[in-house]
Design a protein around this ligand. Structure first.
Ligand SMILES: [Zn+2]
Length: 83
């Protein structure tokens, strides 16, 4: 069982959450090229080690937050809310 620390609800089972994706900067829709959108949507680093990810607490507070997670051990180091 994997626990995720929601900044508002506390530690909960990962089944309550939806993985949104790697945390990153979304390109500006007004100026982004097709290649920038393609890379943003479909290309992911998927490294072995620490990553920043966005999660959605769908079965709880229904808010988005970012965690620092190790992809091998599933250890979560940080969690912070998004505005
Ligand atoms: Zn929550």
């Amino acid at each position: 069982m994997m626990l995720l620390p929601c900044p508002w609800c506390g530690a909960r089972d990962a089944g309550e959450f939806r993985y949104v994706g790697e945390s990153g900067t979304r390109p500006d829709p007004a100026t982004a090229t097709r290649d920038q959108w393609r890379r943003y949507l479909y290309f992911h680093a998927n490294p072995r080690g620490w990553v920043r990810e966005d999660w959605y607490h769908g079965a709880g507070c229904r808010r988005y937050f970012t965690v620092g997670r190790h992809t091998v051990t599933n250890e979560v180091r940080t969690a912070r809310g998004r505005s």
